[in-house]
Design a protein. Structure first.
Length: 256
C-alpha cells in the first residue's frame, strides 16, 4: 500500500509473528484469527486516538460493523513474521469506511479487507451523529486510494446443507455486551465441512451484519454449498437473520 505523506498519520501498523493459537492443524493462520488480528489493530488505533467505544460512550455512541469483504492470497505459517496495516478510508453522511492489509516480511500482500461501519446511538439504537472531533479526523481519509467498497450481498437460504446451534455465553460477548463479531465469523466458518479445509483454501469472505445478539440467545448457523467453490452462510436468532455471508474457495495449492 502506498500513500501520500500528509495521510500517514491516519495509518496504523502492527508487526507480529504467527503464534500457536493463531493456527490450525495445517500450521497456517486461520481465517477467523486473521480477521480478529486486523480488528485488534483497528481497536488499538482508535484507543490511541481516544475514539474507541469506551470514549464515545460519553456521547452514547458506539462503532458498529455493517459489512466486511476479506480477500485472501495466502495464509501465513506458524512463526512467520507479518505486518498488519489499517486506516480509515473514507466517510460519507451515514457510513465510515476502513481498509486493512496483511503483508509478509518481504512486503508481499497476504490479504486485504474493506469494511463499512456506522456510529450507533446506544440509547435510541439508531444511527447516531458524528461528533465534530471524529468528523474532523476522518475527513482527510476520503483522499486515500481506497479498496473497492464491499460488494453488495443478498442471500436467503430456503434450504441448507447443514445447521449448527450455539448459545451465546459470557466469553462470547464484546465490551458492548453483545455477541462479538469474531463469533459471527468463527461460527459461520466452523460449519464448513472438514474435507473442504483439507482440499481447498478460502479466497474471499464477504459478510453483512443485520442485528445484535445477547447472552443466552440461541444462534442457528445455516450453510449451503451453491456452487463447487461457493458457500452461502446465515446466522439466525429466533428465526430472524442476524448476519449472512458468502465464502469463495479454490483448490488448496492453486496459485501458490
Amino acid at each position: 500500500m502506498q500513500t501520500e505523506d500528509h495521510l500517514s498519520h491516519l495509518i496504523y501498523y502492527v508487526r507480529d509473528n504467527v503464534q500457536g493459537y493463531d493456527v490450525s492443524r495445517d500450521a497456517l493462520m486461520t481465517v477467523p484469527r486473521m480477521i480478529e488480528a486486523i480488528h485488534e489493530a483497528s481497536i488499538a488505533q482508535v484507543l490511541e486516538l481516544k475514539m474507541s467505544a469506551l470514549e464515545l460512550a460519553e456521547n452514547n455512541l458506539t462503532w458498529v460493523l455493517v459489512q466486511q469483504h476479506l480477500v485472501l492470497k495466502r495464509q501465513p505459517m506458524l512463526g512467520e513474521s507479518i505486518e498488519l496495516c489499517t486506516h480509515p478510508s473514507g466517510k460519507d453522511r451515514l457510513y465510515t469506511y476502513r481498509d486493512f492489509y496483511v503483508q509478509d516480511a518481504e512486503g508481499k500482500e497476504l490479504a486485504h479487507a474493506s469494511s463499512t461501519w456506522i456510529l450507533m446511538n446506544t440509547k435510541s439504537r439508531k444511527v447516531g451523529s458524528y461528533p465534530d472531533f471524529v468528523s474532523n479526523f476522518l475527513e482527510p481519509s476520503n483522499q486515500f486510494d481506497a479498496l473497492a467498497r464491499s460488494p453488495r450481498l443478498k442471500i436467503s437460504l430456503d434450504v441448507s446443507d447443514q445447521v449448527v446451534s450455539h448459545h451465546v455465553a459470557f466469553h462470547d460477548l464484546d465490551f458492548n455486551s453483545h455477541l462479538s463479531n469474531h463469533c459471527y465469523f468463527k461460527w459461520m466458518l466452523d460449519a464448513i465441512p472438514e474435507n473442504i479445509y483439507d482440499e481447498k483454501r478460502m479466497t474471499s469472505f464477504n459478510i453483512r451484519f443485520k442485528a445484535e445478539a445477547g447472552i443466552g440467545q440461541k444462534i442457528e448457523v445455516r450453510i449451503k454449498q451453491n456452487e463447487e467453490n461457493i458457500f452461502d452462510h446465515e446466522l439466525l436468532s429466533e428465526n430472524s437473520v442476524i448476519a449472512f455471508a458468502q465464502s469463495k474457495w479454490c483448490n488448496k495449492f492453486a496459485g501458490l
